[in-house]
Design a protein around this ligand. Structure first.
Ligand code: S3P
Length: 444
């Protein structure tokens, strides 16, 4: 059992760096593997999801290693020169790794089998296999389109024009990566803008790509078969990881913390905007740009929060942050309404069902909708005291451990090892700020 227990904390103080951005880390490994020459990456997230993508890119032909000072060296093979992997690619818990790599190899004339853990093996893949079939790839596996799946890539891909039916950066990126080894220009329309890290990374490495606003979304074009030049890059801290210490400081009286070097891509800042609207004292200090991505330091102080209705069109820019927003909402005056977030049902777990169950077990008033939740907060501390089932979901684990900092009774999560996926230093970082998060049964 890897149970972790989080108990009451007085205040959080200090300055920390959160690990590198997960989305950008996956993409840095993939693009470095396709560029000619040596790409150096600093600040790569060394969580399990990203390490699985590194292993997969090695299996496809890239030379990837880490030196003693923590810099990652990638020797790419060039677009068109990946080779068939010897065994199945095990993507572990990662929807991003699985979907992006399915896109990438679907326009190469070889077969690749993708496998994953129980969580990943229950997630929908048809959303990527449908457009990839239009390039000419074939998919073999289970009837319902979940992993394990074998992709027979095509050696004669044709460019496509595709309207993405769900708000998903993974689907968009899978198509963009398939387009890389496809002659001609592929066109993608997304109705709602989703994180544009692939677009930024493509431009950074020299891919001929355009992004144009259309209606309330964007049209993206990618012209295939470019020669990519190796680049050096620094991965900013992950705003989705920063979200946990941010909310921990907001709900813990007397707190004043700084998180350095947080990525502030406008397609990722929905949580911070929402928290500020709720009255949060979050200051962006030293705003700058690094390797094509906006970055700042965040100073966060304890704040009295008030409930709001989160605008539905904000969902894509904070999709991974609803679990931790639920915790902030439990401390806000009034009822926080979160709707239009139906994608939460197909994340690492059904995040609506699992949050509702866990919040109720901790004594928090929550109403469930198909596409979201309504949470009524209180000035009283919630009861806590529950053991939360994490269902292989790192963000569920970290959200409830954050709740434990301000609950009457400690909150336990049944499996803290899932946090390795995205935030391996979570416990150490939070305890360094003053939290009490320990293996259940261990004396502090
Ligand atoms: C990601 C996109 C999002 C997000 C995930 C990372 C990415 O998923 O939830 O954690 O790196 O492209 P969807 O594309 O399914 O919304």
């Amino acid at each position: 059992m890897n149970q972790l227990l989080s108990s009451a904390t007085d205040n959080l103080k200090g300055t920390v760096n959160v690990p590198g951005d997960k989305s950008i880390s996956h993409r840095a490994l993939i693009m470095g593997s396709l560029a000619i020459g040596e790409t150096l990456v600093a600040g790569l997230l060394e969580g399990e999801d990203v390490l699985n993508t590194a292993a997969a890119m090695r299996a496809l032909g890239a030379d990837i290693r880490k030196d003693e000072d923590g810099t990652w060296h990638i020797h790419g093979v060039g677009v068109g020169a990946l080779h068939e992997p010897e065994g199945a690619l095990d993507m572990g818990n990662s929807g991003t790794g699985a979907r992006l790599l399915m896109g990438l190899i679907s326009t190469y004339p070889f077969s690749t089998t993708f496998i994953g853990d129980a969580s990943l093996s229950s997630r929908p893949m048809k959303r990527v296999t449908d457009p990839l079939e239009s390039f000419g790839a074939e998919f073999h596996g289970s009837e319902n389109g979940t992993l394990p799946l074998t992709v027979r890539g095509t050696g004669m891909p044709v460019p496509i024009s595709y309207d993405v039916p769900v708000a998903s950066a993974q689907v968009k990126s899978a198509i963009m990566l398939a387009a890389l080894n496809t002659p001609g220009t592929t066109t993608i329309f997304e109705k709602k803008p989703t994180r544009d890290h692939t677009e930024r990374m493509f431009s950074f490495f020299g891919v001929d790509t355009t992004t144009t606003p259309k209606d309330s979304g964007r049209v993206i074009t990618v012209t295939g078969q470019p020669e990519l030049t190796a680049r050096n890059l620094t991965v900013p801290g992950d705003p989705s990881s920063a979200a946990f210490p941010v909310v921990a400081a907001l709900i813990t009286p007397g707190s004043d913390i700084t998180i350095r070097n947080v990525g502030l891509n406008p397609d990722r800042t929905g949580l911070f905007i929402t928290l500020k609207e709720m009255g949060a004292d979050i200051e962006f200090v030293n705003e700058r740009e690094d390797c094509g991505e906006p970055v700042a330091d965040l100073r966060v102080r304890h704040s009295r929060l008030k409930a709001i209705t989160v605008p539905q069109d904000r969902a894509p820019s904070m999709i991974d942050e609803y679990p931790i927003l639920c915790i902030a909402a439990a401390f806000a005056d009034g009822t926080t309404m979160m709707r239009g977030a139906e994608e939460l049902r197909v994340k690492e777990s059904d995040r609506i069902a699992i949050m509702v169950k866990g919040l109720r077990a901790c004594g928090i008033d929550v109403e469930e909708f198909d596409d979201g939740m309504a949470i009524t907060g209180s000035r009283e501390k919630p009861a806590g005291g529950a053991v939360i089932e994490t269902h292989l979901d790192h963000r569920i684990a970290m959200s409830f451990l954050t709740l434990g900092l301000q609950s009457e009774q400690p909150v336990t999560v049944d499996d803290g090892s899932v946090i390795e996926t995205s935030f391996p230093i979570f416990r150490e970082l939070m305890n360094g700020l003053g939290a009490n998060i320990h293996p259940a049964g261990e004396n502090k």
